[in-house]
Ligand binder design. Sequence first.
Ligand code: AMP
Ligand code: GLY
Length: 412
Amino acid sequence: MRVLVVGSGGREHAIVRALARDADVTSLHAAPGNPGIARLAETHPVNAAGPGDVTRLAARLAAGLVVIGPEAPLVAGVADALRDNGIACFGPGAKAAMIEGSKSFAKEVMAEAGIPTARSRTCTTRAETDAALAGFGPPYVVKDDALAAGKGVLVTGDIAAARQHAARCGRVVIEEFLDGPEVSLFAVADGGTAVPLLAAQDFKRAHDGGLGPNTGGMGAYAPLPWAPADLAGQAMASVIQPAVDAMRRRGTQYLGLLYAGLCLTQAGPRVVEFNARFGDPETQVVLDRLGSPLAPLLAAAAAGDLAGVEPPRWRSGAAVVVVIAAQGYPGQPVTGDTITINTERTGETTAYLLHAGTGRDAGGALVSAGGRVLNAVGSGPDAAAAREAAYAMAATVQMRGGWYRRDIAAGR
Ligand code: AMP
Ligand code: GLY
């Protein structure tokens, strides 16, 4: 099978790395990819969010499967364009991707399907916003209704800051504060059937101790030894399958990765958010633990035939990923800084680097090209060993202004 992966981040590098191990995959391509991905796949400089560009490339490559990583191409209708042209694609169409693209749409689907989530109100005026903030009380949760790369949510005890964020966003969803540990549960869906992947935990705040602004994710680990043993089963029954069924009833079948961000409250799992794609950086640890081939699973989903494949198997042990970010992230990141990797400094065989926001300068040197630049992934018999391996790998990277959280998976 010839496979094309769309996107250019650490998540796509992890997907490409998993696919590169599959016997079924005869040729591997990425659009546009990055310098790390280029070591495993042929990269093509096309606009990932251009339905026509990606479809022409996939057709020229005679791709048997296209896997879409980021949300922007999904929301832009790249999956629809591919399927309209008879090309198998793992990823929801634009309408189904609204489950991530619009917080209010996701709330509508959840209400219709009886999926447990925070009570909420969608507000467009200042009067509505003030009434909703007063109604729910602190801590205040204010979410930009539109896509904001994981940075549109403000959780604060400060009413003035909550009001200000709402005014900046325009249309917002204001909701009840949920209390409890958060988990990311991914499910592969084919429009009707869904199968869960390994649950992971993401570290969303920029700084140690869960302080600082929200980011796209500064690190993750899997599995979650502390989570209830039946978490995946419970979430499949109360969240994932009802969502897939509701989408089908609406005529917008959900085919692709459905990501449920869950808060494990005293009253059971509650949905914090849905995403229409693999999470980043959770995917990096989930795929590290995958013990069965990825391509047949995604191809079966793309063909609407998930019931016919073996469920994924998981390797024992744990994985941890540490995100190395550029100076300025999650605000405006500094780019163009030279990256030096002193791999000779570590004898690590259980760790590796994935490229996220990297590029090449005119002279061909590796430079930073985004906010989250590299991912150090470590594995081991437990989270502590995996963590040690990941941090040893992170320490081999030198980049001016580069930084990372020191407490990813600490004490887990
Ligand atoms: P989201 O983009 O919706 O996942 O929100 C980003 C982060 O904000 C989540 O991972 C949570 O840590 C936090 N958050 C979102 N909604 C709530 C909520 N209702 N209660 C508490 N924290 C929340
Ligand atoms: N790590 C969170 C996300 O991918 O949205």
